[in-house]
Design a protein around this ligand. Structure first.
Ligand SMILES: Nc1ncnc2c1ncn2[C@@H]1O[C@H](COP(=O)(O)OP(=O)(O)OP(=O)(O)O)[C@@H](O)[C@H]1O
Ligand SMILES: [Mg+2]
Length: 309
């Protein structure tokens, strides 16, 4: 599966510079059926990355730009009159990869509709459940700067995301590299060159492989200790949930499998912990004032908990 991972990374590098880690997290999410939050200021290629990723995986892609006036049914679908019969008209959520752009610009009612569907892999309209396609992956984006008129996702909703990726500014070399990419007008001219390099069979194989990945009890204990330690940090108001632990375990298995191993090492856990845990921690106001971040807490927790060898 290492070869599959390299194939996807190489394909996406045709249009997106310097986001290999993000691609790794997206692959892990795809492998376990989790959903990803991309956080970053405007213009750092969040949309481009989601688009390129769907192409490289050969997934059907839809984008919904969230706005304050959006209704839950604009996402999930509605009952419409067809002739004399009421029929369900599926909303944009019925796709393989949904880019939920600027999710914090829409009111909580519409956010919950999306998050519920994410959790249950189905949409219920008028009492009738409708299964979402398989695979189903949501990439939601949000801007870290809270503008007036935004609705920040509450912690309870954030916990439903498998991982969060901070998409930051590029390094000087990457900035040079992205300016050097071929453009047609304002858009990268190579986006159409991004080919599907993974088959549906390979995706299934990846998923099955992750489920079959072995985890020694020692490593399970390590994950549990990391999760529990987040709850006792002085700077933390709300630590990682038990669900967070389940997600760390799944992410670690995916990391092992994508690295061609059939067992999880503590290093897999350490590699995935920042992406899987940081968005679930709520810090005390004092800690935030001192510009202490959830990423700092995870770093500190990983240095406190003894690593099994
Ligand atoms: N790392 C990068 N590699 C390649 N191109 C980049 C990169 N970062 C930015 N760009 C360029 O910036 C453009 C804007 O990217 P995109 O629209 O994906 O940003 P965004 O993060 O979704 O912004 P917004 O928050 O405004 O939606 C891209 O089309 C691309 O030309
Ligand atoms: Mg965008």
């Amino acid at each position: 599966m290492r070869e599959l991972r390299d194939r996807v990374v190489t394909e996406i590098r045709k249009v997106v510079v310097g986001q290999d880690y993000a691609v790794d997290v997206l692959l892990a999410a795809t492998a376990v059926g989790g959903h990803v939050l991309l956080e970053g200021v405007p213009g750092v290629a969040k949309t481009l990355l989601a688009n390129a990723y769907s192409r490289a995986l050969g997934l059907e892609f839809r984008r919904v730009q969230f706005t304050p006036d959006m209704l839950p049914s604009d996402v999930t679908g509605t009952m419409t009159l067809r002739g004399n019969d009421l029929a369900f008209r599926p909303g944009p959520i019925f796709t393989n990869l949904l880019l939920a752009d600027e999710i914090n610009r829409t009111p909580p009612k519409t956010q919950s509709a999306l998050l519920e569907a994410m959790q249950e892999a189905q949409v219920t309209v008028d009492g009738t459940p409708h299964r979402l396609p398989e695979p189903f992956l949501v990439i939601a984006t949000q801007n870290p700067i809270e503008y007036e008129g935004t609705y920040p996702l509450p912690e309870a909703q954030l916990d439903r995301f498998f991982a969060k990726i901070d998409v930051g500014y590029p390094t000087a070399d990457d900035e040079h590299g992205l300016l050097r990419l071929a453009h047609r007008g304002l858009t990268p001219s190579t986006l159409d060159d991004v080919r599907a390099v993974v088959t549906a069979d390979e995706l299934r194989e990846l998923r099955d492989g992750v489920d079959a990945t072995r985890v020694d009890d020692e490593v399970v204990r390590y994950i549990s200790a990391v999760v529990r330690t987040t709850r006792s940090q002085p700077s933390v108001l709300l630590g990682a949930s038990p669900r967070a632990g389940v997600h760390v375990l799944a992410a670690s298995k995916a990391a092992a499998r994508l690295g061609d191993r059939s067992f999880v090492t503590p290093d897999d856990v350490r590699a995935v912990a920042p992406a899987v845990l940081s968005h679930r921690l709520l810090l005390r106001a004092e800690a935030e004032l001192e510009r202490f971040t959830p990423a700092d807490v995870i770093r500190s927790v990983l240095s406190q908990v003894p690593v099994p060898r």
